[in-house]
Design a protein around this ligand. Structure first.
Ligand code: FAD
Length: 518
């Protein structure tokens, strides 16, 4: 039995006996937390659920789960653990929707704060119109709920992730990148204010003007400096409809040149992404259920078998009375692209349908039992200057025959990122997000974690040896040495901020950056 399991059983026994009959120091500590007067409550039976995440490859059992009923509950809990000082091993992890990949929102033998308990639905969100529209949302709110609420006011956030069943605090602790980032920056560039419970248990409001060091530290800060309990998100008028377009390329250089032209053009699409299709038989046939080919006859003759193809995915927003203008603008933009002419597909869907598109896939995968499988994902940020070298090796050699999930590949502009945040990105004007989103449904062979990890390791090794200048996004590092290398010259600032806001290293232990002070 794992030590953490023993610990938890001792704790359960202690509670069952009224909390007084056994001397178990760690359990005493947790019981003292149980004595806090809270609006919410601690729970012990759902600790196993807090030891799971989307990655499905790491399980660290916490001692207890806090379901906060208020920000004060979180502050009181963190303060109590802070005051216990170096003698207590307790750590605290905020858990958003638990969609981390390798235990980042877990806390072995510690306290997991279930942030969704704090998000009491729409009543807790406040939408403000006017010339600078914004919404105040609890840190544990799901982005899909933020969308539903803001749409009631004809507004919506500008920058998204591909999947909306993630929490505001969770994505702001990483970056939040999708096909709008080239224009608006990542989600961390679209926040005006945060409320944070620091590792000392203080509740601090921060913004670019007020307590700005903490504000920027927390954005992309991997949960290291405080728990985000509220965020003020920038909004824009929401379109009703989206023209959703896919076209294919067989030449990587043409594909990336077109992507880069589009992300730097003055008039362009509203969303620009791309993905790599390796050896997928009849890819166009699988799109026919949701996309219409521009030229059905030519499209039916296109052979996608056994080739590496590159798909450019684009959208243009419009309202019903602007359909003609949208058609003209889309036509003009498409005429500048050099895709394979028979592979133009499009569909018109509501803004909500487009933004929530991955959830549709989630439901299908869940029905087949393919959602709750291990996900050995690898997300890389590759500078523009080395993306061709990277592609030749990775798509031409390492993944020549197979891969076990979508491969995203699209460029973003560095100017839209604020270098005062904690997010680490390559040092070039344009860099690419490349996401290898593998699933591992089987225990051996090509569909296994082992196979995916072998490929991931080959890709990372190549990047390191060939001097690609790659940075990992959602990095799964396990030693401080690796983190230091990741942050490079920015490590000093990151470490200084940690000492200032969470000096005992209580918060987000699952990132494995700083050990709890003892
Ligand atoms: P969790 O996984 O629960 O937490 C992530 C980290 O943040 C942990 O260290 C946790 O302790 C900390 N944390 C959580 N809440 C808070 C808080 N309120 N305050 C401080 N720290 C906190 N990312 C993108 O950028 N773009 C994408 O398009 C994208 N698509 C995705 C699609 C899927 C299907 C999945 C599973 C993930 C995707 N992600 C994407 C990654 C996503 O941003 C991360 O999984 C992130 O961790 C958000 O998930 P979460 O809200 O469940 O947070």
């Amino acid at each position: 039995m794992k030590p953490s399991t023993v610990y938890c059983l001792k704790l359960l026994l202690l509670l069952a006996l009224g909390g007084v009959t056994m001397h178990v120091p760690e359990a005493d500590v947790v019981a003292s937390l149980g004595a806090l007067r809270l609006d919410g409550h601690f729970s012990f039976h759902d600790a196993p659920a807090a030891a799971r995440d989307f990655g499905n490859r790491c399980s660290l059992l916490p001692a207890a789960v806090l379901h906060p009923g208020s920000v004060a509950d979180i502050a009181a809990t963190v303060k109590r653990v802070f005051l216990l000082g170096r003698n207590s091993p307790l750590t605290i992890a905020a858990r958003g929707h638990g969609h981390s990949l390798l235990g980042q929102s877990q806390a072995e033998g510690g306290i997991v704060v279930k942030m969704e308990s704090l998000a009491a639905g729409a009543t807790a969100m406040k939408v403000h119109g006017g010339p600078w529209p914004h919404v105040d949302v609890p840190g544990g709110e799901l982005w899909i709920n933020v969308l539903h609420e803001t749409l009631k006011h004809g507004l919506a956030p500008r920058s998204w992730t591909d999947y909306l069943h993630l929490t505001v605090g969770g994505t702001l602790s990483n970056a939040g990148v999708s096909g709008q980032a080239f224009q608006h920056g990542p989600q961390i560039s679209n926040v005006n204010q945060l409320e944070i419970v620091t590792g000392r248990g203080d509740v601090v409001t921060c913004s670019p003007e007020e307590n700005s060091d903490l504000f920027y530290a927390a954005l992309g800060g991997l949960g290291q400096f405080g728990i985000i309990t509220r965020a003020r998100i920038v909004l824009e008028p929401a379109p009703k409809m989206v023209r959703w377009i896919r076209v294919l390329y067989s030449d990587f250089e043409t594909f990336t040149e077109d992507q880069e032209m589009l992300i730097t053009a003055e008039k362009t699409f509203d969303y620009i992404e791309g993905f790599v299709i390796i050896n997928r038989t009849g890819v166009l046939n699988t799109w026919r259920t949701s996309f219409k080919p521009q030229d059905p006859v030519q499209a039916s003759q296109f052979q996608s078998d056994g080739r590496v193809l590159y798909c450019l995915e684009l959208t243009k927003n419009f309202n019903h009375d602007e359909a003609d203008i949208m058609e003209q603008e889309v036509g003009a933009l498409l005429s500048r692209l050099r895709y394979i002419s028979s592979t133009l597909f499009h569909n018109d869907v509501t803004y909500l349908e487009f933004l929530d598109r991955v959830h549709t896939s989630e439901l299908k995968l869940r029905a087949q039992g393919l959602w709750e499988v291990p996900h050995p994902w690898l997300n890389l940020l590759i500078p523009r200057s080395t993306i061709h070298k990277f592609a030749r090796e990775v798509f031409g050699k390492i993944l020549k025959d197979s891969n076990n999930g979508p491969i995203l590949l699209y460029p973003v502009n560095r100017t839209k990122w604020n270098n005062r945040t904690s997010a680490v990105i390559p040092d070039e004007e344009i860099f690419y997000l490349v996401g290898f989103l593998s699933s591992a449904p089987s225990s051996s062979g090509h569909g296994s974690v082992g196979h995916a990890m072998t490929l991931n390791n080959k890709i990372v090794d190549f990047c390191n040896k060939a001097g690609v200048g790659m940075k990992q996004y959602l990095a799964p590092y396990t030693t401080q040495q690796q983190w230091k290398a990741h942050f490079g010259a920015r490590w000093e600032t990151f470490e200084r901020r940690k000492h200032t806001y969470d000096p005992l290293a209580i918060l987000a232990p699952g990132q494995r950056i700083f050990p709890k002070a003892s």
